[in-house]
Design a protein around this ligand. Structure first.
Ligand SMILES: [Zn+2]
Length: 156
């Protein structure tokens, strides 16, 4: 890691009230590299391993929890109850209704990622929110999940 990204990581962690440990910096960098992809525990471990980085399991779980609590990343649980982690991606969506950008799930490689460019979908979700509220229900979060085969798997 060069000193510039090191300083950036320090600032980012500090602004979230997190301690700037070596493990925290490594995990932050991993999420930066993952971009819009949502990662499972095994995927996170695999990537740390590929980069010859070693964060023990307990530390990793604790760090992920801290990142989630700090609002830096979010934890998404899919229908198979698998937890995935990725950047909190609600920048383009109004804070009143926590609607998330569409999520794509690949049926082959099981990767998942979001598409923040599709922010119009958030507007549509707001209408859905309003409709539930009008009937007296309390909507908490809405998102669109698309299942299919990702570009990488199609090319294989
Ligand atoms: Zn795929």
């Amino acid at each position: 890691m060069n000193t510039e990204s090191e300083a950036g990581a320090h600032t980012k962690l500090a602004s979230m009230g997190l301690r700037c440990t070596a493990a925290a910096r490594q995990l932050l960098l991993l999420f930066e590299q993952a971009g819009q992809e949502l990662l499972t525990h095994p995927q996170i471990n695999e990537r740390l391993h590929e980069q010859r980085l070693d964060i023990n399991r307990v530390t990793l779980y604790r760090l992920l929890d801290r990142f989630v609590t700090a609002g830096m990343i979010e934890r998404v649980v899919d229908q198979d109850r698998v937890a995935r982690y990725g950047w909190v991606a609600q920048k383009d969506c109004p804070a009143v209704a926590p609607s998330l950008p569409p999520r794509f799930e690949c049926q082959c490689c099981r990767r998942q990622f979001r598409m923040p460019e599709l922010s119009q979908v958030c507007d549509a979700l707001l209408l859905v929110f309003a409709a539930w509220s009008a009937q007296g229900h309390r909507a908490v979060c809405a998102e669109v999940a698309v299942r299919g085969v990702c570009a990488r798997c199609i090319q294989r």
